[in-house]
Design a protein around this ligand. Structure first.
Ligand SMILES: *[C@@H]1O[C@H](CO)[C@@H](O)[C@H](O)[C@H]1NC(C)=O
Ligand SMILES: *[C@@H]1O[C@H](CO)[C@@H](O)[C@H](O)[C@H]1NC(C)=O
Ligand SMILES: *[C@@H]1O[C@H](CO)[C@@H](O)[C@H](O)[C@H]1NC(C)=O
Ligand SMILES: *[C@@H]1O[C@H](CO)[C@@H](O)[C@H](O)[C@H]1NC(C)=O
Ligand SMILES: *[C@@H]1O[C@H](CO)[C@@H](O)[C@H](O)[C@H]1NC(C)=O
Length: 390
């Protein structure tokens, strides 16, 4: 049981399985958006990976696959290669595990066990497994980075891995307040960092705040190096109603960068609180972010229709807009438009029930030394259209 982390050890390694119901409900951010959309029946959702044709075949700038073999070896492991960008990058996520009352639990069929590989997971264990996969991918793709998990002080989970720190931040992490709380936690974290920086001079330390249901498949440190001017970066897509995604926010770790990013997020929070509280359960932060950006009169929303990154000054904060296709690539379920996977994809986002793919992908990558990230991307590309049971 090498990978037996604190929680799994509690559940599996000790005979206290009967406590499980009391520790039941876990809520992690990425599951929320899917709750409303779930059909009542499970029948059309799969409990194993279903491979279809890979999209984007024949397009020169898209990953080409022959079965589960990538023809473009775009993501070679290169341990000898230490990036020139000397600054440290920390990946930061908000994650919480908490109890719910017995009565609320009784009607909830989401506690059914699901099996991935040879392991069965309760809902809680599933969330912990996703968090562990999140960490594993970062440690493969960015071995020199740190991982910081912001959580409710009341939340009870343990992670025993190197370079991972759990940071409790007080707040209201209940299900309907979670997206609101997430921004507040980011702000509190940046604030604490600013105070630290004012006390002593330290090495520059950049931050990338993300959902925890993502796989980082390339070094993200290059953003800060390749785009030296931005304070804060977000990802955009060509979607009229929701052009911005809040699941990826990079912050330059200079005192100025942190301060500007904090001011920007405080503005987002203000818009959220005044305009989108009804949406606080899920999309509020994205709507607030888009509102703030578009409220800058000279901002041309047509820029979201083009696939290139760009810089824009928003109230004194230099904001870098990065394409979702590369920094937040999401396999589209169902019949959505699907142009394949860019060769330089850096982050894969396993929204909603795609989280099964996240665990399966990690297992695939981890199953043999020759699997490799590129082949794993073919697995993701081919299994992305199916709806899963997560
Ligand atoms: C990707 O692989 C295909 C098939 O081997 C090849 O035709 C194509 O040129 C490659 N693309 C790049 C950018 O190397
Ligand atoms: C590994 O990194 C080194 C140093 O940057 C580079 O010269 C080399 O081409 C890389 N190898 C591969 C296979 O990418
Ligand atoms: C799952 O169990 C089978 C049978 O015990 C074993 O052959 C296989 O290697 C296991 N797979 C994984 C991923 O552990
Ligand atoms: C969760 O439940 C455990 C066991 O019943 C209890 O000790 C703990 O204080 C509870 N935590 C919260 C945040 O309610
Ligand atoms: C799979 O993960 C285990 C630890 O979780 C590690 O010891 C092993 O080297 C990994 N295998 C591969 C092929 O990465």
């Amino acid at each position: 049981m090498k990978s037996c982390n604190g929680w799994r050890r509690l559940v599996i390694c000790l005979p206290i399985i009967f406590f499980l119901p009391y520790l039941f409900s876990v809520l992690d951010l990425h599951q929320i958006s899917n709750i409303e959309k779930l059909p009542k029946k499970h029948s059309n959702k799969f409990d194993h990976l279903v491979l279809g044709p890979a999209a984007g075949q024949g397009l020169h700038d898209r990953l080409q696959c022959q079965g589960l073999k990538a023809l473009n070896k775009t993501h070679l492991p290169n341990m000898s290669h230490t990036p020139d960008y000397k600054d440290t990058v920390s990946m930061v996520t908000v994650f919480t595990v908490y109890n719910t009352s017995v009565s609320a639990r009784a009607n909830d069929r989401s506690n059914e066990m699901v099996t991935v590989g040879n392991t069965s997971y309760s809902k809680t264990e599933r969330s912990m497994a996703v968090l562990n996969a999140f960490i594993n991918f970062i440690q493969v793709s960015m071995p020199l980075s740190n991982i910081i998990i912001l959580t409710d002080p009341a939340s009870e989970f343990k992670i025993n891995k190197n370079r991972v720190t759990v940071v409790p931040i007080k707040g209201e992490y209940s299900r309907d307040k979670l997206m609101l709380q997430r921004i507040k936690s980011y702000i509190a974290f940046l604030d604490a960092r600013l105070i630290e920086l004012s006390r002593r001079h330290e090495q520059i330390h950049h931050y990338i705040f993300t959902d925890s249901d993502i796989a980082v498949v390339a070094d993200l440190g290059q953003i800060f190096y390749n785009y030296p001017k931005f304070h804060l970066a977000v990802t955009f897509r060509n979607n009229k109603d929701q052009p911005l995604n809040s699941g990826f926010i990079a912050v330059r770790g200079t005192p100025d960068g942190i301060l500007r990013a904090k001011v920007f997020l405080q503005e987002v929070l203000k818009v959220y609180s005044s305009k989108y509280m009804k949406a606080s359960r899920m999309l509020g932060d994205q709507l607030a972010l888009a509102w703030l950006v578009k409220s800058h009169l000279s901002f041309d929303a047509k820029r979201f229709a083009r696939p290139n990154s760009f810089l824009y000054d928003i109230g004194g904060t230099s904001v870098l807009f990065l394409p979702c296709a590369v920094y937040n690539w999401t396999p589209p379920e169902g019949a959505g438009q699907f142009h394949g996977m860019p060769l330089d994809v850096k982050v894969v986002h396993f929204k909603g029930s795609r989280k099964r793919m996240m665990l399966e992908s990690w297992n695939f990558y981890n199953s043999s030394a020759s699997a490799g990230i590129s082949n794993m991307l073919c697995l993701i590309l081919m299994s992305g259209r199916t709806k899963y049971d997560f």
